[in-house]
Design a protein. Structure first.
Length: 429
């Protein structure tokens, strides 16, 4: 079995290698291809990945390549974890928002839109290569903005099986499980724990948690509210949580507490991108050490908790027909009554050899669904702008986004966005 990782020079890759090494008894990987356009990073990260495999007896080959088509050829799974423009582009996304008095962030607002415009054409080219060179292979996309990228795949590469993945769902699940274990004084089975969550990527609300079919949400909510009341600087207002009866994805703070987030930006530098650039520089120095054969503790600073767990569990459940439930991004196909069936949502899905199956879910209440509809409109317009180089669609995407600029500044922000990213946006020029 061959698995290709596009963006194999990522500092996340060693964690992915670890996940495969832990599952060799049931996931018979023979070739792991790491493909990247940056030869220096590929050599450092790839060399470290090869040493990791070697110290475990080389159960699979780690192949390094700068050739995307060679990497994709005959793969069973293709994992995308790339960043068009690399970290300097992320920093530019953050400061694009800041200089216009808007949220500067890599997945939401104007920064998330810039990233999507750069990324979608690249991911669609990977899907095109898969269609030709690896028919039937599953594309597992970790590249942000994950929901928007998956929306583009669903609309423009629907014949290529794909799923969008984000580690927020599994991280939330594992944190809740840890809290319950502490509260109950017993070990719980994470394989049979299901987080009931719904929305768009980075725009979800958590509203239930079952372990082996038993609903434990009231206990989780009670503990969460107690912690908020005891915290001198709580991240959420207790009144908001009590009213919702749900726990929002932490990215919703950009929507619920926009003023606070804008005030935090005024303390830059460093922005998050600038922090990550320092972390990555340190990680790459460590990876280059020929004596290093397992991921260093500093990798957790990168922000990808449970990345390898989620990626390899998903592939394991698909390959071995396990029917596990994972929180992923796919078109919901009518699983949520009253919402357009072709919308890509982030929600619990059963994963087996036949594919990714959204579980039936009750629609979110009006207080949430209005925001969902508005952001989905932005997403659909952004997909059209990215695919067609359509400036009118890009303008309307900014007009639709709740975190977008005032109407009289849209053209100014759009011109800045396009000019800043000109090297990566040939479709607009």
């Amino acid at each position: 079995m061959k698995v290709a990782v596009i963006g194999g020079g990522s500092t996340y890759t060693p964690e992915l290698v670890n996940g495969f090494l832990e599952r060799m008894d049931r996931f018979p990987l023979s070739e792991l291809w790491l493909m990247d356009i940056d030869p220096q990073r590929l050599e450092i990260v790839g060399g470290f990945a090869q040493r990791m495999a070697a110290v475990h007896g080389s159960p699979f080959q780690v192949m390094l390549s700068e050739d995307q088509r060679a990497a994709v050829q005959d793969a069973s799974y293709v994992i995308t974890q790339l960043r068009v423009g690399m970290m300097p582009a992320r920093r530019a996304d953050e400061y694009l928002g800041k200089r216009h008095g808007l949220v500067g962030q890599e997945t939401t607002g104007v920064g998330g839109m810039a990233k999507a415009l750069r990324t979608i054409p690249v991911i669609l080219r990977i899907a095109s290569d898969m269609r030709q060179l690896a028919p039937g292979a599953l594309l597992v996309n970790f590249t942000n903005p994950a929901g928007l990228v998956t929306e583009a795949l669903a609309r423009y590469a629907s014949d290529v099986p794909s799923v969008g993945v984000c580690n927020v769902g599994i991280t939330t699940k594992m944190e809740m499980l840890e809290g319950l274990e502490k509260d109950l004084g017993e070990k719980l089975d994470s394989q049979h724990a299901v987080l009931n969550t719904l929305g768009l990527n980075h725009l979800t609300w958590h509203r239930g948690f079952t372990v082996e079919g038993e609903e434990l949400w009231p206990r989780i909510m009670e503990t969460f509210l107690q912690e908020l009341r005891a915290d001198p600087e709580p991240e959420w207002d207790t009144g908001v949580i009590e009213s919702l009866g749900m726990i929002p994805n932490y990215y919703l703070q950009y929507f619920y507490y926009t003023g606070h987030k804008l005030a935090e930006q005024e303390k830059w530098p460093p922005s998050r991108a600038e922090q990550v650039m320092e972390i990555e520089e340190s990680l790459l120095r460590q990876y280059a050490d020929p004596a290093l054969v397992k991921p260093p503790a500093d990798l957790m600073k990168r922000g990808g908790a449970y990345y390898s767990t989620l990626a390899t569990q998903l592939l394991d459940s698909h390959y071995n027909d396990l029917g596990q439930v994972h929180t992923v991004n796919v078109p919901h196909q009518g699983a949520v009554p009253g919402w357009p069936a072709d919308w890509v949502l982030e929600m619990p899905c059963r994963v087996d050899a036949a594919g990714i199956h959204p579980l039936p879910a009750e629609a979110l209440p009006l207080v949430c669904s209005g925001l969902i509809a508005q952001v989905k409109a932005y997403e659909l317009l952004t997909v059209e702008a990215a695919v067609r180089g359509d400036r009118r669609a890009a303008y309307q995407a900014l007009l639709a986004h709740p975190l977008g600029p005032p109407a009289n500044l849209i053209q100014t922000v759009l011109d800045d966005l396009l000019e800043t990213n000109k090297a990566y946006l040939p479709q607009f020029f």
